[in-house]
Each structure stands twice: as C-alpha cells, then as structure tokens.
Design a protein around this ligand. Structure first.
Ligand SMILES: NC(=O)c1ccc[n+]([C@@H]2O[C@H](COP(=O)([O-])OP(=O)(O)OC[C@H]3O[C@@H](n4cnc5c(N)ncnc54)[C@H](OP(=O)(O)O)[C@@H]3O)[C@@H](O)[C@H]2O)c1
Length: 280
C-alpha cells in the first residue's frame, strides 16, 4: 500500500485521510474474534487511523481496538468520543480516563464530543484543555456539529484548536457541501466523513456500479475515491470482512476521471440550498 496522505491539524500534528471505523463492533461476543482480526489486519496493512467511541458496544469496541493494537500503539492515530451525557467538565475527564483504560493507552490522538447536547459546550472544552495540558489527549474536535453549532463553538476561547468535525458525508448525503464544509475549510478544520458507504446501502446504485465497471473496481471503491479526492476530507469506513477492508484500501489508488465525476454529480447532485445536517 502506498503511504496515506494526511491533513494538517491546528496543533501542528497530522491526521491520515483514511482509517477504519468500529461502530457496531463489540455488540456480539461471537463476532469479537473477527472484529479484533479486522482491526489488526488494518494495522498490518499500514493503516494507522482508528476511530472508536465510548458508545460503541458500550465500551467494548474500545477493548477490541486495544486487543488489535497490542504492543503497536506508537505510530497509530486513535480517535475516541465522549457521549454528550458525560460531557460536563468532570464527566468528560472521567469518561476520557475510562476510554484510556479500555484502550490500554496513555493518550488519545484525538478526542471528540460525539454530538451536541447536555452540559454547556464551554465545560467540555475546559475538560479538553485540561486533558490536553496533561498529555492525555493530543488534539480535540467535535462530531455532528452543524454550521450553527460551529458558530457557537467559534465564540469560545479555545475554538481555534478544534481539529475536526466528524459528520455524515457520502455521495448520498452531500448537504454539508453548501455551508458546513466551506465554513470548516475557511477555518482549517478537517471534515471526517463517517458512514462513507451509507452503511453499504448505496452500493447497489446502478450509476455507481457503472463507473465501478469502467475501472474494474467496486462501487465501494468509487464511493471512497470520491471522498478521498477532496482536500481536507478524512474518511473511516468500517469493515469486519477482510475482503471489504482490502477493497476499501484499494480506493486510495483509484483516480476518478472528469467523466466519472460528472456522472456522479448527475446521479447524486450537489445541494442547491442549506439543509440541516443529517445524522445516523
Ligand atoms: N460520529 C458519529 O456520530 C458516527 C456515526 C456513524 C459512524 N461513525 C464512524 O464512522 C465509521 C464508518 O461508518 P459506518 O460504520 O456507519 O458505515 P460505513 O463505513 O459506511 O459502512 C459499513 C458497512 O459497509 C460494509 N462494507 C464495508 N466495506 C465494504 C465494501 N468494500 N463492500 C461492501 N460492503 C462493505 C461493512 O460490512 P462488514 O463490516 O461486514 O465488512 C458494514 O456493514 C463507523 O464505524 C464509526 O467509527 C461515526
């Protein structure tokens, strides 16, 4: 695999543009072995970005990541998230400690507020600042923040440190291109596109399949290549099946042509007006 490009973060660190997700992992004991193996296989293949959250499998996804990582923590970029219900200052500090323990690590590369709600945003940011000063998180960001939420964030003292906004973004969910994406781009805030395959629901689409056929590729590869060609966009497809993992990695080598992009725009049009942010 060729080396994965990165996006710069306000801290001066860098985040790979491609990684793996772990939602739905840790929910079924019978699947655990395959899930650990899938994350381990991703690391074996050179993927360093792993996205998880305290919510996933009620903490079990983080333990799966820990088992997959083993002694290879250095060089990885591990992301986790605090639930809004835990996002008071004290709650965030405590949630982070629990995540660190489950992940068997002393630091998170990136810690996100999973979505808006609960305590004042300033409390969460105060906790992020303390966790950062203590070296327990190296960067922080937000998730599922719409443009209004980003404006509210911008008024707070440490807002300039915000490294990313992780949101639902894929060919079938292009609403953010109208306002949220330009807002973030102007401020150097990367977009982490979650559910890049619309949880596999988009993969039967005829237009996507037609383009895939032209490249002897798969619809998933086309959908991911479409995201990866965009500046400041990071994506984190989840795959427990190893053939899916390899297919997704191959998207890094797929260059879409101007004709492909035209066909994709015709089938999945860019937004013409502001729409509220979708969330899964
Ligand atoms: N911040 C948030 O609120 C939020 C919300 C949703 C997701 N996320 C993050 O984003 C990650 C990705 O999103 P997601 O898990 O919702 O959905 P996704 O990555 O769009 O899709 C995952 C599904 O697609 C299948 N798949 C993967 N690669 C495939 C391929 N090449 N061909 C056919 N099927 C393929 C997977 O099957 P197998 O697993 O069987 O291989 C799985 O069922 C999550 O895991 C999570 O880390 C964050």
């Amino acid at each position: 695999m060729k080396s994965i490009p990165t996006v710069p973060l306000p801290s001066g660190r860098a985040m790979p543009v491609f990684g793996v997700g772990t939602w739905r992992m840790g929910e079924c004991a019978r699947e655990r072995g395959a899930e650990v193996e899938a994350v381990r296989a991703a690391i074996d293949r050179g993927i360093t970005l792993i996205d998880t959250a305290e919510m996933y499998g009620d903490g079990e996804a983080e333990t799966i990541v820990a088992d997959a990582v083993g002694a290879r923590r250095d060089g990885l970029f591990i992301v986790s998230k605090v639930l809004p219900s835990n996002s008071s200052k004290r709650g965030t500090m405590a949630a982070c400690e629990r995540s660190l323990k489950r992940l068997k690590t002393d630091r998170l590369d990136l810690y996100l507020l999973h979505w808006r709600g609960g305590p004042a945003l300033s409390e969460t940011l105060d906790a992020f600042a303390e966790l950062k000063a203590a070296g327990k998180i190296l960067d922080w960001g937000v998730s599922n923040f719409d443009t209004d939420d980003m404006r509210e964030l911008a008024a707070l003292d440490t807002a300039k440190e915000c490294a990313t906004n992780q949101v639902l973004y894929n060919l079938t969910r292009r609403g953010i291109e109208f306002d949220l994406m330009p807002y973030c781009a102007e401020r150097g805030i990367s977009i982490m596109a979650y559910s890049p395959l619309e949880q596999a629901r988009m993969l039967r689409d005829p237009a996507l399949n037609e383009i895939a056929k032209r490249h002897r590729a798969t619809p998933a590869r086309v959908a991911l290549a479409w995201l990866l060609r965009q500046k400041g966009v990071v994506t984190i497809p989840k795959a427990t099946r190893l053939d899916h993992l390899d297919d997704n990695i191959a998207a890094l080598d797929l260059a879409l042509t101007a004709d492909d992009l035209k066909a994709l725009d015709a089938r999945f049009p860019a937004p013409k007006r502001a729409t509220p942010l979708d969330m899964l």
